[in-house]
Design a protein around this ligand. Structure first.
Ligand SMILES: *[C@@H]1O[C@H](CO)[C@@H](O)[C@H](O)[C@H]1NC(C)=O
Ligand SMILES: *[C@@H]1O[C@H](CO)[C@@H](O)[C@H](O)[C@H]1NC(C)=O
Ligand SMILES: *[C@@H]1O[C@H](CO)[C@@H](O)[C@H](O)[C@H]1NC(C)=O
Ligand SMILES: *[C@@H]1O[C@H](CO)[C@@H](O)[C@H](O)[C@H]1NC(C)=O
Ligand SMILES: *[C@@H]1O[C@H](CO)[C@@H](O)[C@H](O)[C@H]1NC(C)=O
Length: 463
């Protein structure tokens, strides 16, 4: 009996992850999934910070997990590595619900790399996770006949709960790709993968994945009619973890016939808001609270007339605390049980819309308050802009100066003068970036998010 001991594990994206997880839970341990892409120093941080008693690693990653500590270091055996089952259905004996009523009530620590300070360990109990699963399964009408295509990292709530535990908890099947590869994903979506695979009918991904699939579609001159026809077998396609650009949503609809369902969530409480499963999905909006989740907008502290404010969430799915960080835990709640998301939102036309992260996306420039996401949305409408990230750079004159970091589409040669005059026609004056930086690549994390603090630092160090 592990009785609340932490077990870190590092596996490929396959059934060995599920084996590890259920083994830890059935012994009453707290699971701490690691990410193979993280550098050794970060893995070391998590293993040390969680005070893990055991580290389980697939053999191929043991060189990554080599530390100066003495660990009770078990290795996932070769047999489970051989089960590089790209596809598996859950056996009845593994049902999540059977295991969670025994042993310790804490279940999981998921480390989040926040925009400030070292990663925080978000601790959940088993019922937090059960609540998350139940509300998603209910509202998205998931059933045992579903087959979900999984291409997301497993150390993140999106890949872990939404795309893995939800289907497994109701005996649905998961087709898991070892990593994302656009060509293979298209084969699954079109039902053209080999006959060993069941027909996929649910897909969950992040905006960058949809972007890459669209690029592949264009490069390979795939047929729209055929794609649309074959995608009719798919019941649900979800996007989350970063805001979905309108252009991607529209293009995806034009090639597959599917309006992506955009929802909003965070590690600390799982999923909070969602566009409707049945009913109109509004681009740019994240809909209404999931069942058993309450959401409200905190009154603006500056006494402005502006309707936006920090989004607060209350739910039984909310985490217990930040592991070994009572100060951060205390600071993240207000009024008894309302979690401060750090995201600024507005409620319009009966739905929530996320305006941006209060720490990086709300820019105060020359007396105006503006949303970096609003500017990004407009920039992305420019034919030659492939990606855009808008920052507020500290500035003596403006307080903050609006700066746009742009990745252009291949072979385009737009310069800042052209961009500026284009912006004049498309946005209010105070929103127009005062500076454009053209880059080859905008760095993103595994979930497709841009770390704006890092981007800002890299820009400041270059200028
Ligand atoms: C491990 O954590 C302890 C306490 O949190 C800290 O004092 C120590 O420096 C850490 N060690 C490493 C190698 O990070
Ligand atoms: C959950 O576990 C904690 C830590 O062991 C313990 O203090 C608490 O009493 C447990 N709660 C329940 C309801 O079992
Ligand atoms: C698992 O999949 C994610 C998403 O495709 C990828 O980022 C990650 O590198 C994969 N992990 C391994 C161990 O290949
Ligand atoms: C788990 O957390 C929820 C909400 O924070 C709480 O209501 C519940 O009692 C906890 N469960 C256990 C077993 O401690
Ligand atoms: C960009 O230019 C190269 C070389 O002229 C060409 O091979 C490629 O097809 C062009 N790409 C696009 C998207 O036009």
């Amino acid at each position: 009996n592990l009785n609340g001991e932490r077990v870190c594990f590092l596996t490929p994206n396959d059934s060995s992850f599920v084996s590890c997880l259920l083994a830890v839970w059935s012994c009453g341990g707290i699971a701490v999934p690691l990410c193979s892409k993280h550098p050794p120093s970060e893995l070391e941080y998590v293993i040390n910070h969680s005070r893990a008693s055991t580290v389980v690693s697939a053999v191929k990653y043991t060189t990554v997990v080599k530390f100066g500590y003495v660990f009770n270091h078990s290795l996932v055996d070769e047999v489970s590595l051989l089960c590089q089952l790209l596809c598996f259905t859950l056996l009845a004996c593994c049902q999540y619900s059977i295991h969670v009523d025994q042993g310790h009530n804490h279940s999981l620590i998921m480390y989040t790399s926040g925009t400030t300070g070292p990663p925080k360990g978000v601790l959940f109990n088993h019922s937090n996770i059960r609540y998350q699963i139940k509300s998603l399964v209910d509202i998205w009408e998931m059933s045992s006949s579903d087959v979900l295509l999984h291409v997301l990292p497993l150390h993140h709530i999106h890949g872990f709960i939404n795309a893995l535990l939800c289907p497994l908890s109701i005996n649905a099947a998961v087709v898991m790709e070892p990593s994302f590869e656009a060509g293979r994903v298209w084969k699954h979506l079109l039902g053209e993968s080999c006959s060993n695979f069941p027909r996929v009918n649910v897909f969950m991904a992040v905006p960058t994945i949809y972007t890459k699939l669209i690029q592949y579609f264009d490069e390979h001159q795939m047929c729209v009619e055929e794609t649309k026809k074959k995608c009719k077998d798919i019941r649900l396609m979800v996007s989350g973890s970063a805001s979905l650009p309108l252009s991607i949503m529209q293009k995806w609809k034009s090639i597959t016939g599917h309006t992506l369902l955009e929802r909003y969530g965070m590690t600390e409480f799982g999923m909070g808001l969602t566009n409707p499963y049945k009913g109109k999905r509004i681009p740019g909006y994240v809909g209404l609270p999931f069942p058993n989740v309450e959401a409200k907008i905190a009154a603006s502290q500056e006494g402005t007339s502006d309707e936006s404010g920090e989004l607060l969430i209350k739910s039984k799915s909310i985490f217990q605390k930040y592991w070994n960080n009572n100060k951060a835990t205390k600071e993240s709640f207000v009024d008894v049980g309302w979690f401060k998301t750090g995201d600024i939102a507005v409620f319009e036309d009966g739905m929530f819309r996320i305006v941006g992260r209060s720490s990086v996306d709300i820019i105060k420039s020359g007396g105006f308050k503006l949303s970096a996401l609003d500017v990004e949305r407009v920039l992305l409408e420019h034919d030659h802009v492939e990606e855009a990230s808008v920052l507020g750079v500290p500035d003596d004159t403006w307080g903050q100066k609006v700066v746009a970091v742009i990745k252009l589409t291949q072979n385009s040669t737009v310069d800042d003068v052209t961009m500026t005059s284009w912006c004049r026609e498309h946005m209010a004056r105070y929103r127009i970036p005062r500076e454009f930086k053209f880059v080859k690549e905008i760095p993103r994390n595994a979930m497709g998010k841009v770390n704006k603090k890092t981007l800002l630092q890299s820009i400041e160090s270059k200028s």
